[in-house]
Every structure is written in structure tokens, then in C-alpha cells.
Ligand binder design. Sequence first.
Ligand code: PLP
Length: 456
Amino acid sequence: MSAITNHMPTSELQALDAAHHMHPFTQGSGLAAKGARVITRAKGVWLTDSEGNEILDGMAGLWCVNIGYGRDELAEVAARQMKELPYYNTFFQTTHVPAIALAQKIAELAPGDLNNVFFAGSGSEANDTNIRMVRTYWEEKGKPEKTVIISRWNAYHGSSMGSGSLGGMVGMHAQGGMPIPGIHHIGQPNWWAEGGDMSPEDFGLMRAQELEAAIKELGENKVAAFIAEPIQGAGGVIVPPATYWPEIQRICDKYEILLIADEVICGFGRTGNWFGSQTVDIRPDIMTIAKGLSSGYQPIGGSVVSDEVASVIAGTEFNHGYTYSGHPVASAVALENLRILEEEKIVDQVRDVTGPYLKGKWEALADHPLVGEAKIVGMMASIALTPDKASRAPFAADAGTAGFICRERCFANNLVMRHVGDRMIISPPLVISETEIDTLIERARTALSETLDSLE
Ligand code: PLP
């Protein structure tokens, strides 16, 4: 059989793909009916597909390509590391320079006393580590009954059994026996969809206080940790009211509950600071990291752990780890990515220049007849589509129809924008320029108007 290359006709690639490749979060039978879009190369914020279309990637892949596509430095570092030491593990009292250097750099960038890193291959794996780590922590502290982890509905923490159970995606829980025991979910701070007649501030406070109510109901002596994304990503870029996080922090402090900030999306500049925890002003005991850590150029994640938690874990042999924990090539690439983010002041740029520029343009989308609220923090943003702005009504039948149409219209206009139900979301590479932001907004407006036309 001849080699499969970018030069093959798209239809042949699509047919082979549908025949042999099972895709994540995709209905397989749909692939046969309508082939997948084949992406062939990328540079900066631009993707090229097999038909030669130039597409503006408003999602940075899956929220991860923070420094943009096509940075040769990362390819060169990967090649060099593969020649020198392509693989060795970090089990059983062994280490290597890329893992040491990356852990040191993450400790330097992370806030507070988050000075210790347990590496994983992905965000899902890192959250699985967190489940075992917080329970082991309490066990070592002589409180083995503290095992329950509280999370939120509509949170996303990954797709493995553990991390998918931490997540609050009902569609995921409906398949394959999730959630695992010992996870408890409370409501999300999504004022637009669930706030009713309350003010955003009162609603934010109420949702935070559900944590306190859950701790009391479950028993203070049973709860190990609370996990949340500083700003929910996959749930629809839900920006919590300002009252939410201070109250959560107060409750975690009061009841001695470990706070896990899932920074897989928010980390490494996405919110205009190195970490979302700094943006929402919280003091987590553990941060989950992945995605922007390597800008997606290599699969790598990890748990960034406080001195207190790490010192307790260090008292025992933690029987946990992954073949690729601290993988040398992934670590070297991640370190180079962090060098670029830092030296090119990309995080400062998001906070001071391009973030505010995008914010002005994004919030102005609320003048479109289809758009209710427009929310943005740094370089993650959402708009809620609604038939009635005043009542914040959802579309009556087939939730997600407007969002789905809009996503398709974005594709047709060579823009990648995702939909979560009837919320449209973006998370572009952090290096997007003001001219590219103008293009993104222009295409989004065209897609919105085409969606409106097709709904009428
Ligand atoms: N946590 C959050 C907040 C995420 O958004 C994701 C992925 O989107 C994950 C965890 C899981 O990461 P991964 O897909 O690398 O396993």
C-alpha cells in the first residue's frame, strides 16, 4: 500500500480516517457520512487544511497552543534531547536534567509555596494523581476518613475514570460507570444560565456557600479537598461573579479542606497572569497543569504541590507514577516553551495589550441581536446566544442548535470557534496580533449574522 501523505486527495484521507481511526468526543458513524476536516500544517494562529483553506484557530488547538504554531526552537530542542537521552524514567530514585530543570522553573513561576512538581503525561493523569495524593496526605496526617473530594457540575477535569468523575459533565457520567465513589458535586457559578432573579454577586455567594453546606452534610471529617477551574473552560468559559472565589477560599481555610486549582486551561498566561489562581486571587494547595505548559508541542502535565503537602507525602513511598512522568523530551520542550513565554513577555502582552484589545472588541459583540452576555478574562472568552436578552431565555427546543449552527458558520468562514450548548467560546493562541483579533471578530460577526438568518 502506498504511503499516506498530505498529498492524497482529501476524500481518500477522510475515508481511511473513518475506516480506522476512532476519534475522541465524536460520533463515529458521523465521520463516514461527513469526513473529518484534515489539518495539514499550522503557523502562528493559522491552520491550513487539506483543501488549502487558511483557518484562524480561535481555540489554540484544544486551549493549548499558547505560543502559537510553528516555533522551530521547540522542534530543535526536541531533536537535540531525542539524540542525547530520548527516554529515561524518574521512578525508583532516578532522575535526569530535563525533569530537574523543568520542575525548578515551574516552582519559580508558581505562586506561594507551590514548589514541588509531580509530573504526568496529561491533565487527566495529573488529576488522577491529585485524587490519590490528597487522600494519601490525609492518611499520613492520621485522618484516613477524609477521602471525599468536592467538585462542581459542568466542570471539566479530564476523561480518565478518576478525572472524568471529578468533572461534572453529565454526558460523560452517563457512559462507562462514572463517577467513581467518593466524589460529590455542587452547583457551578453560572449566573447567566442559573442565576434566575438574583444579582450576580448574590448568586456567586450562594453557589460558594453550597460548598459549606456540602461539607456540613458530608461531615467535615470526611472531606479531603475541593477542586475547581479558576475559570471554567470546557463548561463554556463561565466567569464566576466576583463574590465567588473569596468565599470559597474562606470556606476551604475554615474547614481545613485542600484547595486544588485545575489550571490546565488557565495556566501559563491564558488569563493574563501566569496562573488563573493569581487572577482570581486564591491560594491553592495543589495546581493541576498541562496544555500551555508545553503549548501542546509535547504531551505533558503535572501537579504543582505546596511545601506542606509535599513534605507529608515525602514521609511515605507514594505508590503512584506514569512511565512518562517527567519524560525528558516533553520536559525539555516545555522548558523551552516557558523560556519563550517569559523572554518574549507573552503573558505581560496578554495582560496589558492584546487582552484589553480583545476585551473591547469581544464585549462589543453583545450589541448583536443574538448575543446575551459576552464574558472575557485574558484570552478566554464566551458569548451566550439567546432569543431574548432581557429574560436570558435559552432557545426552546434542541438546546445547542443555535450554537451548533454558529460553529458551522464559523468553520465556513474559516474561523475555529467552539460551542458548548448555545455558548460560543474562544481561547486563541496568546500571540494573536491586533490585526488577527480584528479578523477573528469580523468573522465571528459574519457567522453570528448567518446564524440569525438561518434561525429566522
Ligand atoms: N482539566 C481541565 C481544566 C481541562 O480543560 C482539561 C482538558 O481540556 C483537562 C483537565 C484534561 O487534560 P487532558 O486532556 O490533557 O487529559
